[in-house]
Design a protein around this ligand. Sequence first.
Ligand code: C2E
Ligand code: CA
Ligand code: CA
Ligand code: CA
Length: 279
Amino acid sequence: SKETGRNAIHFFDPAMQASIVARVNMETDLRRAIEENQFRLHYQAQVVGAGRVTGAEALVRWQHPQRGLVSPAEFIPLAEETRLILPLGLWVLETACTQLAVWAGQPRMADLTLAVNVSAHQFRQADFVDQVLSTLKNTGANPHRLKLELTESLLVENVQDIIEKMFALKAKGVGFSLDDFGTGYSSLSYLKRMPLDHLKIDQSFVRDVLSDPNDAAIARTIVALAQNLGLGVIAEGVETEAQRDFLASSGCHAYQGYFFSRPLPIDDFEEFAQRLLPS
Ligand code: C2E
Ligand code: CA
Ligand code: CA
Ligand code: CA
C-alpha cells in the first residue's frame, strides 16, 4: 500500500536512493527510446506436431544505445506503470501488422499467424478496438492472421466491457489466446463467455512436467479443459524433446519453445519458417 511504501522509503539509505535514481533514469531512457525508435521485434515460432511452423509470437526487445539488447521482463513492468506501454504497444501492433502484410505476398509465409501481446492498459483504452481495426486497415494486414495474447490480469475489472471489445474484434476475424493460463486468478466462468481461440499453458507448468506430478496433472487438466471448451491449446517453454513427447501424449500438439526455436530477428525467423522439414 501507499502507506507502507512511504514508510519503507528511507532516503538516507544509499542503496535505496541508488535504486530510485536508476528507476528514474530508466523511465527517461524509455521515453527517449520510444521517440528514437529503439525497439525491435523478435519472432518465436509456433509449431505443430513434428515442427511445422504455423505462426509466430512477436516479442519486443529494446536495443539500448549503451546496454545493448534489453529483455522485456526488465522494461515492460515500468512501461505499464508509466503508461508508456500505450505508445509502445501501438508500435508493436503496427510493426507486427506491417510484417503480416509483407508475409501475405510471400508464398511460404502467407499462411502464418502472428501473435501480439496486449497489456490490460491497452485493452482498457476506450478506442482500443478502433486502434486495432485502423492498424489492420492502414497496413493491409489480414485480420484472420492476427492473434492477440491476453493475460488473466485483464479480467479484474470491467469484464463485460473487455468481452464486448473482444467480440467486436472477433467479428472482424481477429483471434485471441489466453496467455500464461493457470497462473492468474480469473474465474473459469469467464472462459466460456470470451471468444477465445487458444489457451497457452504457462511455461512454469511445462518446465518440470516430467519430474513433478502436480505440474503434469495441471498440464493435462488444461489440455482437457481446452478440449472440452472447444479451444486450441499451445504449450510454451518447451525446451526438450521429452517435454514435447509428454505434452503430445497428453493431447497437446501445438508448441512454442527453445526446443524448436528461440525468438529470432526477422530474417532468421523467415529462414527458420521456410526450412525443409526432415521427412
Ligand atoms: P510471454 O508472453 O509469456 O512470452 C514468452 C516468454 O518466454 C518470452 O520471454 C520467450 O522468449 C520466453 N521463452 C520462449 N520459449 C522459451 C523456452 O523454451 N524456455 C524459456 N525459459 N523461455 C522461453 P521474453 O521475450 O523475455 O518476454 C517476456 C514477457 O514480456 C512476455 O512473456 C510478455 O509477457 C512480455 N512481452 C514481450 N513482448 C511484449 C509486448 O510486445 N507487449 C507486452 N505487453 N508484453 C510483452
Ligand atoms: Ca505471450
Ligand atoms: Ca506466456
Ligand atoms: Ca510468461
